[in-house]
Design a protein around this ligand. Structure first.
Ligand SMILES: [Zn+2]
Length: 288
C-alpha cells in the first residue's frame, strides 16, 4: 500500500507533467473507482497538486471564468492503486513491465480511470484490488489525522497520543484518524530504529523511547521520500513513469524475515497481528 513517501513521490513526479494542463476527457472503465460527475472536471485546468497524508489532491479551475469556486480531484491509492503518466495517452508504452498488469502498455487489465489532457498526454489510474478511488469535490478531502510532515506533528502531540491508550504502539502509529501517512513499512522500520517492540502498549513507552520513536518516524519518512518510495517484492507501487522506487533496498526489518538484524545480526522475526505482518529484531526490540 502506498504510504506517505510513495504518495509524495507520485506528487513530485506528476507536478511538472500535469500542472497547467486542461482535462479534455475522463474515461471511467470502473464506475466503482470514480465518484462524482466527470462533467465537473472536463474542460478544467489543473493549477496545483497537494498531498494530505495518503490523499493526493488536484486543484482545478475553469480556465474561461477563472472563478475561485474551484473543484478538486481527490485520489486515494488504498491497497494497490497506481498512477501512470504518458505523453501519448492513446498509445502509452512504458519502459518497464507494470506490476499487476500483463506488460508495459496502457490501458491495462487493471486500468480503472483514464484522465486525458488537451495536449494528448494523460494519466492512467490502475487498481488491481479496486479499493482505491478518485472523487470529485468542491473542497479538498483532507484526512482527519495529523500529517507526519506537517508542523502539527510535534513530539508533544505524539507523547499525548501514546499516553491515552494501551493499544500496541504499532496500531497507534498506523491509525489514520490520529496520524496520517504511516503504513506497515514505515511503522515497522521506525519502531526498529527506536528499539521499541511493535506490540508494546503505547502508554508503557518512556519519555526517551517516545522521543526516539518520533525522530525515527521523521527520519524513515524522509529517507523513503529521498529513495522515491518503496517498490517491495509483492507491492504495486511504481512512479508515474513506470520506474520503481528504491527504498526497498534499505528496509531495516520490513520484509526481512529470517534475515540478520542490520544492528546485531540476530534473525529478524515476523508475527501476524491485526491482520498485518510485524517484523522486528527479538534482541534490539525486547518486549517490556
Ligand atoms: Zn538486532
Amino acid at each position: 500500500m502506498p504510504e506517505l513517501p510513495e504518495v509524495e513521490t507520485i506528487k513530485r513526479d506528476l507536478e511538472p507533467n500535469t500542472v497547467g494542463k486542461i482535462i479534455s476527457d475522463v474515461e471511467i472503465l470502473s464506475p466503482k473507482n470514480f465518484i462524482g460527475n466527470k462533467k465537473e472536471v472536463i474542460g478544467r485546468k489543473i493549477i496545483d497538486i497537494q498531498r494530505f497524508g495518503k490523499v493526493l489532491v488536484l486543484q482545478l479551475v475553469n480556465p474561461l471564468t477563472r472563478k475561485q469556486n474551484n473543484s478538486y480531484l481527490n485520489i486515494h491509492f488504498k491497497l494497490s492503486g497506481q498512477m501512470l503518466y504518458s505523453k501519448n495517452v492513446d498509445k502509452a508504452v512504458f519502459r518497464n513491465k507494470i506490476p499487476f498488469t500483463k506488460g508495459n502498455k496502457m490501458p491495462a487489465n487493471t486500468t480503472r480511470v483514464i484522465i486525458k489532457f488537451k495536449d494528448r498526454s494523460g494519466l492512467f489510474f490502475n487498481d488491481l484490488r479496486k479499493f482505491g478511488w478518485i472523487k470529485v469535490s468542491n473542497k479538498p478531502l483532507v484526512p482527519k489525522g495529523i500529517d507526519v510532515l506537517s508542523d502539527k506533528f510535534t513530539l508533544n502531540i505524539v507523547e499525548g497520543l501514546t499516553r491515552k491508550t494501551k493499544k500496541p504502539i504499532k496500531i497507534l502509529l498506523m491509525d489514520q484518524d490520529l496520524i496520517t501517512g504511516i503504513g506497515n513499512i514505515y511503522a515497522n522500520d521506525s519502531l526498529f530504529l527506536a528499539k521499541v517492540h511493535p506490540l508494546r502498549p503505547a502508554n508503557s513507552l518512556t519519555k526517551k523511547e517516545i522521543k526516539n520513536l518520533y525522530n525515527a518516524i521523521i527520519k524513515e519518512i524522509k529517507t523513503g521520500i529521498n529513495d522515491q518510495g518503496s517498490s517491495g517484492a509483492d507491492e504495486a507501487f511504481i512512479l508515474p513513469d513506470g520506474s520503481r522506487g528504491k527504498h526497498q533496498r534499505h528496509f531495516l526489518v520490513y520484509q526481512r524475515e529470517e534475515e540478520p538484524c542490520r544492528r546485531c545480526k540476530t534473525i529478524i522475526k515476523r508475527i501476524k497481528h491485526h491482520g498485518r505482518s510485524s517484523f522486528f529484531c527479538p534482541k534490539c526490540q525486547e518486549t517490556v
